[in-house]
Design a protein around this ligand. Structure first.
Ligand code: CO8
Length: 258
């Protein structure tokens, strides 16, 4: 952690938790945080001893967006030539499941960061929104695309065009959020969810994440074909043999994650 200024990483068993650590700015996402977070996520993705990543903010804010103060005075050519914020896209290359534990504000880039994760668990205090319209800009880290896929056109249009925040229950009803839990249980619930995933075969987790993500990239028939090939390929793994032998033997499986 000595390496990082804006995040903290802790590891428990096969679960790694990354905590955003600029609470004084409601975890506003500046360039340094982007670099550190993307680097840490890739390092953990490469670590065979880890199966699941959790991303969390503070009790008051998951992240209140991109750092407005850092962006405010940039010119078009500075933003364009620096390809401002493109590095966030590198999170889409993470192969392990990433769970966003959201309490408080998840706005703008913060909402987009949560949507770059695979599962969002929201505390009752969570507030989601794309308030960029109020700043005279559109979303810039995929919000107009991922929010639309998550909650549908009508709600995405309304939220992006007004900047209105939705609470945790509305986000759950809309399909953005997997589960809503009391604030003081967020850490435990997300930890248990991560543990449940981490008990499974790592190869199965990677394959399933890849398959589900295909649903957003391909026509249905192609996606189904992709899944079928992944299904067949699973029979080359030791974990498939162990998983099925354990079922037949009425005992818990012991996966080697190979
Ligand atoms: N950027 C920088 N600083 C911030 C941000 C932010 N996004 N959000 C909050 N802060 C700072 C505040 O300036 C304040 O700092 P200070 O104490 O030094 O004045 C501190 O955090 C606490 O915030 P508030 O005093 O405002 O707290 P409140 O409880 O009164 O309000 C809100 C909380 C409602 C969350 C309010 O802070 C707010 O509206 N924040 C901005 C939300 C926003 O507009 N987010 C979208 C940002 S734009 C974006 O994310 C685009 C992403 C894509 C860019 C890609 C470019 C290519």
């Amino acid at each position: 952690d000595a390496d990082y200024e804006t995040i903290a990483v802790r590891i428990a068993g096969r679960v790694a938790t990354i905590t955003l650590r600029r609470p004084e700015a409601l975890n506003a996402l500046n360039l340094r945080m982007m670099r550190e977070l993307v680097e840490a996520a890739h390092r953990l993705d490469d670590d065979r001893a880890i199966s699941v990543l959790i991303l969390e903010g503070s009790a008051r804010a998951f992240a209140a967006g991109a750092d407005i103060k850092e962006m405010a005075d940039r010119s078009y050519s500075e933003m364009y030539l620096a390809d401002w914020f493109t590095a966030w896209d590198r999170l889409t290359a993470i192969r392990k499941p990433m769970i966003a534990a959201v309490a408080g504000y998840a706005l703008g880039g913060g909402c987009e960061l949560a949507m770059l994760c695979d599962v969002i668990v929201a505390a009752q205090s969570a507030r989601f929104g794309q308030p960029e319209v109020k700043l005279g800009i559109p979303p810039g880290i995929g919000g107009s695309q991922r929010l639309t896929r998550a909650v549908g056109k009508a709600k995405a249009m309304e939220l992006c065009l007004t900047g209105r925040m939705m609470d945790a229950h509305e986000a759950e009803r809309g399909g953005l959020v997997a589960r809503v839990v009391p604030d003081d249980e967020l850490g435990r619930e997300v930890g248990e969810l991560a543990e449940a995933m981490a008990a499974a075969s790592l190869a199965a987790l990677l394959t399933i994440k890849e398959c589900v993500n295909r649903a957003f990239e391909t026509p249905l028939a192609e996606g189904v074909r992709f899944e079928r090939r992944a299904f067949h390929a699973a029979f080359a793994t030791a974990d498939q043999k162990e998983g099925m032998a354990a079922f037949a033997g009425k005992r818990p499986p012991v996966f080697t994650h190979g």
